[in-house]
Design a binder for this molecule. Structure first.
Ligand code: H2U
Ligand code: ZN
Length: 355
């Protein structure tokens, strides 16, 4: 008789599907393909050494921005209204529908930019946890402030890091887009979490967190309050899910220990990312928090997703093309191998070791 464990380890060596209970989608895993040769695009290594002040940077203190506004001489976190916002608060309300095929509706909202530090050369990995904590506090305040506006139903906090992920500037910064309705990804997760709560009588991510802690094979870093794993259903090679160990719906619901824990874990995780290929690791990251449309979301569990594009080196990235665009997401290296690689890296940033 074959026991469950050896059955599973055999399953994971061959092409298989994995289910994402948060999105309700499947991914294809092809672990046997990791040795295939590569003759495609080679990315240039991102410029590593930045000055601590760049006179041409629109986010550095005291500099002029592209829209004619001035960035003040700020000393900590600085938040301003995006000069080129994708959403506007005074958008007139309107709907359009034709035969159920052409459907549109107006969307009100607003967009902000958040500078994590006045220092041009820093990143989350290179900032002190006490300074990252100030960013966490600013995220919490923004979620509360924007979420309490009567027309705002969802607040999306995110960071694009590195030119490869479309960041317009190396200065450490993120964005906040607040709008009337819940966007696609959090909407899918919301429905899945509500369904799980109804079916199991418990929280999906509380249960998942316990399972990952018990298993251990997908853990990258953890502290008393937070856990970072390469989720079982990860799509990007080194994708991680950052999840609070104690149930909370939003960053503003966290107590001091949880906020400090989040700041510490963000530094630990981004440091390991940088250490993986000894490069300032590009990614898009963002938080999924409870919607702010006035309804109750007791089943919603605060978490962040990190989606980094790099695959095999600082220059070789994963493309989401072909089968991924037409079929579903696919990966070669297993989530467990990725987690093991990230877990085995030093806690200390690689540039510090060179000194
Ligand atoms: P990204 O690096 O993620 O693109 O974020 C930078 C944002 O900053 C981007 O949305 C805004 C862009 O619209 N921006 C300003 O608001 N003012 C400027 O002077 C340049 C860029
Ligand atoms: Zn700058």
């Amino acid at each position: 008789m074959v026991d469950a464990a050896s059955q599973n380890s055999d399953l994971f060596k061959h092409p298989h599907r994995r289910y994402n209970p948060l999105s309700g989608e499947w991914i294809l895993v092809s672990p046997h393909r990791t040795q295939r040769p590569w003759q495609g695009q080679v990315e240039k290594t991102a410029q590593e050494h930045q000055p601590n002040y760049d006179p041409t940077c629109y986010l550095c203190p005291g500099n002029a921005r592209a829209g004619g506004n001035q960035t003040p001489k700020y000393e900590s976190v600085y938040i301003f209204d995006n000069d080129y916002p994708a959403l506007l608060p005074d958008t007139p309300e309107a709907t359009f529908e034709e035969d159920g095929l052409l459907v549109a509706r107006s969307e009100r909202g607003l967009a902000k930019v958040i500078c994590f530090s006045p220092r041009h050369d820093l990143t989350l990995a290179r900032m002190e946890p006490a300074d990252i904590r100030k960013v966490v506090d600013a995220w919490a305040e923004q979620y509360q402030e924007l979420g309490s506006l009567p027309y705002i139903g969802h607040v999306q906090i995110f960071e694009n890091r590195g030119a490869m992920m479309g960041a317009s500037n190396p200065h450490p910064h993120g964005q906040i887009w607040a709008e009337e309705l819940v966007p696609n990804e959090p909407s899918k997760e919301q429905a899945a979490q509500a369904r799980y709560q109804t079916e199991h009588g418990s929280c999906l991510l509380c249960d998942y967190t316990k399972l990952e802690i018990k298993d251990g094979s997908r853990i990258v870093v953890e502290n008393d309050e937070w856990l970072a794993v390469v989720p079982f259903w990860a799509v990007w090679p080194f994708e991680t899910l950052v999840v609070s160990k104690r149930h909370a719906g939003a960053i503003s619901d966290l107590d001091d220990a949880q906020k400090d824990g989040l700041a510490a874990l963000l530094k630990q995780l981004t440091t390991r990312y940088d250490n993986l290929f000894e490069v300032s690791f590009p990614y898009s990251m963002g938080f999924h928090q409870a919607p702010t449309d006035g309804k109750e979301y007791p089943h919603h569990h605060l978490h962040a997703h990190f989606f980094p594009p790099l695959l095999r080196s600082a220059t070789i990235r994963k493309f989401m093309v072909g089968y991924e665009l037409l079929g579903n997401a696919q990966r070669d290296i297993t989530a467990e191998s990725s987690a093991e690689r990230l877990r085995s890296l030093a806690d200390e940033h690689y540039t510090l070791r060179e000194q």
